[in-house]
Design a protein around this ligand. Structure first.
Ligand code: XMP
Length: 176
């Protein structure tokens, strides 16, 4: 069966760029002089990290972590498995986890706990998209790009069965 086609642009390319610049200003202000570790969550956060890091006028270290993902499905299993770890040590460092989207919050909550166990100076979270109405844990999201309704989205790193990560905008996908 062919994959469903992205239908409606939810966040346009220019809107993403403008919001990334705003987030970068806030992050730069909050972490001035601190050289935080940006921890991008593979694979979905790649475009967001790439844009965010280039908008940051402060020293940062960039690394990536990979948690088990949805695969071709569209709903959270609630289980999180680390399938690739960081190369840098985060002990005594400020850590900012950067992810594409927060839905139930289970993935970010688990990643946060995992990194907090390594005795960093702090762990904060930054997501481009927040499906706020879907939260099942009270994980704090420190920097949010856009709050979106409960629709399945693709583009700007987000995929459906491996497709559409390369779209420069975020679009809704009807998967029913
Ligand atoms: P939780 O529920 O743990 O999920 O916050 C976070 C992860 O779920 C995936 N996710 C999506 N992926 N379109 C996607 O392509 C979506 O609308 C969507 N909602 C959740 C994503 O992998 C995210 O990191």
């Amino acid at each position: 069966m062919p994959a469903p086609k992205p239908q409606r642009v939810l966040v346009a390319e220019a809107a993403i760029a403008a919001r990334v610049a705003e987030l970068a200003r806030a992050i730069a202000r909050d972490y001035a002089g601190e050289n935080p570790v940006l921890v991008g969550v593979l694979q979905g956060a790649v475009p967001f990290v790439a844009d965010l890091m280039r908008a940051l006028p402060i020293d940062v270290t960039v690394d990536f972590i990979r948690a088990s993902s949805y695969g071709a499905g569209t709903s959270s299993s609630g289980r999180v498995r680390l399938v690739a770890d960081l190369a840098v040590e985060v002990a005594d460092r400020h850590v900012l986890i950067v992810d594409d989207i927060v839905d139930t919050g289970l993935t970010l909550a688990a990643l946060k706990r995992t990194l907090e166990a390594r005795r960093p100076r702090s762990v904060r979270t930054c997501v481009l998209l927040d499906k706020a109405g879907r939260r099942e844990t009270d994980v704090t999201i420190d920097y949010v790009g856009f709050t979106i309704p409960n629709v399945f989205v693709v583009g700007y790193g987000l995929d459906y069965g491996g497709l559409y990560r390369n779209l420069p905008y975020v679009a809704a996908l009807d998967v029913t």
